[in-house]
Design a protein around this ligand. Structure first.
Ligand code: GLC
Length: 676
C-alpha cells in the first residue's frame, strides 16, 4: 500500500505532544512529556544541580493508565501487537472519537488483523496491509502498516486494578538504592572514587535516575553537549549498575529513551525514520505558565540535529537493544522486554535497519560519523563498528522478539540477515597474512558471479604500513568494504564486538586477540585502547578528515586511546578464555586513570599524553573501568553478556528457500566459508 493512502491517525508525532492536551495521558505507565521547542528556555537540571527546580507533577512525570492492550492468549509467544499499535495507542482516541479528556479508565482489547506475508526471498521486512477490516488505523507513511480491529471494550474494574498494579514503571525511590546497594565487597580506593564519581554523574528526571551525563567536570566552563545523557555512553554505566545489583536506573533509562524514539525533530524540514533513537538527551527545566517560580522537567532529545556535523546516531538504537537484553540477563526481569511498547520499540528499530534500499550487501549502509566516531573519519559506507553492533542487536532481537503471526516475517528477516551478514563479514572483511598475500596477487577487472576479486580491489591499495605490520599471528576484520575499496585500518570496537557477538568464527575471534597481544604496544600501548590503528597522516588526514583539527594524527578519533574501550576488551578476553590479557590492560589503566582525573581519551602514538581537548571526569571512562573490574571478578556474570556460535543460524541461507531449489548460491562456491 502506498503511503499516500494512509488515513486516520495524524501519525507518529511524539506521543507526548499528541497526548499533552489530554487529561489522563498515559497508556502504558509512561506519561507523555508536554514539550515544545519554544518552551525550552533551558535550564539544566540534574542530580545535585536542581535546587531551584521543582519537579511539577504534571503530564511530564506522573504515571496514570489510560488503557492497555489486552493479550488474547496467556501464552506469551502467541500474541503481540503489530507496529500499527504504536501509533494506535498514542492517539487512537482521535480515530475512534473517544474523548480521552474525560476518559474513565477501561480496558480496550485489540485484535491484530494480521496481514502476514513473507515476501519471497526477501531478507528485509515487507509492508503490506489488507484493506478488509471495518475500522482501520494506519500510522503515518504506511510503513509496515497492519489494520487493527477493536474487538471489545472492557469496563471490568478488577481487571483494571490488575493493570494498575502491573504498570509500576518508574521506581520513585531508587536514587537511594544506588547508594545503599553499593558494593559489599572489598574495593580499592580508586574504585571507591570511581563509584562516587559515577553516582555524581547520575541524571534524574522527576526524582528518578534515568542516566548519566557524558562528563562531569565542574571546572569545565564549556560543557558543549557533554552535559547530556548519551545512549552509547550510558551502556558501561548501565552495566556497572547492573553488575552491582542496581537495575532501576537502567530500566528507567530504557523506558524513557523508548519514549523519545521517533520524536518529531527535524533537520531542515526532514524528519528521521520512526525507529531512530536519539544520540543523547538532556533533562531541562522549563518554567511553568511563563513564570519563574515553578518549573517542570522535560526530556529533550538530540537526533543529530544539534550535533557537530549533523551526524546520524545509527548506533543508538543498536545499543538500546543490546542494553535491553543485558538488563534482562543480569536482573532476570524479562517482563520488561515482553512489554508491548518495548516489543514495538525493538521492531521499529529493526525495521529501520532491515528496510529494502539500494544495498547490494547485507551490511548496513551508513553515513560518516554514525557511531562512536561521530566526526568525519572516512567511515561512511559499511563501517565495521556498525556491522558488529548491528549483528549483536540482531542476535539480541532474535532472542527477545515474541513470535506470533504479526512478527513471524520480521523474525524470519532477522534470521536471514544474521546468516547473510556473518557470511559476508567472515568471508570479505577478514584479513590475515595469507589473505593479504592473496589480495597482493589479485587479478582485477573480473566479470561474472565467480569472480575471486569480487569487489575489484586493486592490490596497490594495500598500505605500506600493513605489509610490515601484519603479524604471523592472528588477523582482524578490516574497517570498511565497498566497491574497489578496502579500509585496512584496525578499528578496535568493531573487532571486539565481532568477538563478543560471535560475528567472527572461533578461529577468527582467537586471531583478533592474538593480533592484539602481538601488537600490544600499538593497540594497548600505555593507555588502553587505541580507537583505531594507525592514524591518518599528511595528505590522507587532509583529504579524509577534511583537515579536522580535533582529529589530527594520533589524537581523538584518529588513533587516540580511549579507556572506555577497556570494558569491551575485558568482555572479549573473558569470552575467549584470556582474562590475563584484560587484567594486564586494566592494571596499566588503573595506574593512571584516577591520577589523570579520568580523561575521555589520550593522545600520541603510545597514548602517553592526556588528549589535547579531552574532557576530564568522563563518565564512560569511569564506568568502563568499574565494569571491567567487576567482570574480571565475576566472569560468570560477564558470560551473560556475550554469545556463542549459533550453528542453526549459520545454516540458514535465504537462497535455499527458492521454490525450485535450483538457484545458485554463491556462498557455497566461496573459498573459506565457515571455518569455525
Ligand atoms: C564524543 C565521542 C562520542 C561520545 C560523546 C560523548 O562526541 O566521539 O562517541 O558519545 O563524545 O561522550
Amino acid at each position: 500500500m502506498s503511503s499516500g493512502s494512509c488515513i486516520g491517525i495524524s501519525a507518529m508525532k511524539p506521543c507526548c505532544r499528541i497526548l499533552s492536551s489530554y487529561k489522563s495521558p498515559s497508556l502504558f505507565g509512561f506519561s507523555p512529556t508536554k514539550f515544545s521547542d519554544s518552551m525550552i528556555t533551558g535550564m539544566l537540571s540534574r542530580s545535585g544541580h536542581h535546587n531551584s527546580t521543582r519537579c511539577h507533577m504534571y503530564n511530564t512525570c506522573n504515571t496514570q493508565i489510560l488503557g492497555y492492550i489486552h493479550e488474547i492468549s496467556a501464552n506469551r509467544r502467541d500474541f503481540s501487537v503489530s507496529d500499527s499499535n504504536w501509533g494506535l495507542y498514542r492517539s487512537f482516541s482521535t480515530s475512534f472519537g473517544v474523548n480521552i479528556g474525560s476518559f474513565r479508565p477501561r480496558i480496550v482489547s485489540l485484535v491484530p488483523h494480521v496481514a502476514s506475508d513473507i515476501r519471497n526471498h526477501s531478507t528485509s521486512v515487507d509492508s503490506h496491509a489488507r484493506d478488509t477490516s471495518f475500522e482501520k488505523i494506519y500510522i503515518q507513511n504506511g510503513l509496515n502498516v497492519k489494520p487493527w480491529v477493536i474487538d471489545r471494550i472492557e469496563t471490568d474494574q478488577s481487571k483494571l486494578e490488575e493493570v494498575y498494579e502491573d504498570q509500576s514503571d518508574v521506581n520513585v525511590d531508587n536514587l537511594k538504592h544506588l547508594v545503599e546497594n553499593k558494593v559489599q565487597r572489598e574495593v580499592s580506593e580508586i574504585e571507591k572514587e570511581a563509584w562516587k564519581l559515577l553516582e555524581d554523574a547520575v541524571v534524574t528526571y522527576c526524582g528518578n535516575p534515568v542516566g548519566t551525563v557524558a562528563a562531569n567536570d565542574t571546572a569545565d566552563k564549556q560543557a558543549l553537549n557533554y552535559d547530556q545523557v548519551f545512549i552509547r555512553d550510558f551502556v558501561p554505566s548501565a552495566l556497572a549498575f547492573l553488575l552491582n545489583g542496581e537495575g532501576e536506573i537502567v530500566k528507567n533509562f530504557l523506558l524513557h529513551t523508548l519514549q523519545l524514539q521517533s520524536w518529531e525533530k527535524t533537520v531542515d524540514c526532514y524528519s528521521p525514520g520512526q525507529g531512530l533513537m536519539p544520540a543523547s538527551f538532556k533533562v531541562r527545566a522549563v518554567p511553568l505558565d511563563g513564570g519563574n517560580e515553578t518549573f517542570e522537567e522535560v526530556l529533550d532529545p538530540d537526533f543529530g540535529e544539534s550535533a557537530i556535523g549533523r551526524v546520524a546516531p545509527v548506533d543508538s538504537g543498536l545499543w538500546w537493544i543490546i542494553l535491553l537484553r543485558a538488563y534482562g540477563k543480569l536482573t532476570g526481569d524479562y517482563d520488561l522486554q515482553d512489554r508491548v511498547d518495548v516489543q514495538t520499540g525493538i521492531r521499529l528499530i529493526l525495521k529501520l535497519c532491515l528496510t529494502d534500499g539500494f544495498d547490494m550487501f547485507p551490511s548496513l549502509l551508513v553515513t560518516d560519523g554514525s557511531c562512536m566516531i561521530d566526526r568525519r573519519m572516512g567511515i561512511h559506507g559499511h563501517p565495521l563498528e556498525i556491522q558488529a553492533l548491528f549483528y549483536s542487536a540482531l542476535r539480541c532481537s532474535h532472542e527477545m522478539l515474541i513470535v506470533n503471526d504479526a512478527t513471524k516475517s520480521l523474525v524470519a528477516a532477522v534470521s536471514n540477515r544474521l546468516s547473510a551478514l556473518s557470511f559476508h563479514m567472515r568471508e570479505y572483511y577478514w584479513v590475515d597474512i595469507n589473505k593479504i598475500n592473496e589480495i597482493y596477487r589479485y587479478k582485477t577487472e573480473e566479470y561474472s558471479t565467480d569472480a575471486v576479486n569480487k569487489f575489484n580491489i586493486y592490490p596497490e591499495q594495500i598500505p605500506s604500513w600493513l605489509v610490515d605490520w601484519i603479524s604471523e599471528e592472528g588477523g582482524y576484520f578490516i574497517g570498511n568494504l565497498q566497491p574497489a575499496h578496502m579500509d585496512f585500518r584496525f578499528f578496535t570496537l568493531g573487532n571486539l564486538w565481532a568477538i563478543v557477538s560471535s560475528l567472527g568464527t572461533t578461529k577468527q575471534n582467537q586471531g583478533i586477540l592474538n593480533l592484539i597481544e602481538a601488537k600490544w604496544d600499538d593497540i594497548i600501548a600505555q593507555m588502553p585502547l587505541k580507537i583505531c590503528y594507525p592514524a591518518l597522516e599528511g595528505e590522507e588526514w587532509r583529504i579524509i578528515t577534511g583537515c579536522d583539527p580535533k582529529n589530527t594524527p594520533w589524537s581523538y578519533h584518529n588513533g587516540g586511546s580511549w579507556p572506555t574501550l577497556l570494558w569491551q576488551f575485558t568482555l572479549a578476553c573473558i569470552k575467549m578464555g584470556r582474562p590475563d590479557l584484560a587484567q594486564k590492560a586494566v592494571d596499566s589503566a588503573e595506574k593512571r586513570l584516577s591520577v589523570d582525573r579520568w580523561p575521555e581519551y589520550y593522545d600520541t602514538r603510545n597514548g602517553r599524553f592526556i588528549g589535547k581537548q579531552s574532557r576530564l571526569m568522563q563518565t564512560w571512562t569511569i564506568a568502563g573501568f568499574l565494569t571491567s573490574k567487576m567482570m574480571l571478578e565475576n566472569p560468570e556474570k560477564a558470560s551473560l553478556l556475550f554469545w556463542e556460535e549459533d550453528f542453526e543460524l549459520l545454516q540458514n541461507c535465504v537462497c535455499m528457500l527458492g521454490k525450485s531449489g535450483k538457484r545458485k548460491c554463491s556462498r557455497f562456491a566461496a573459498r573459506s566459508q565457515f571455518i569455525v
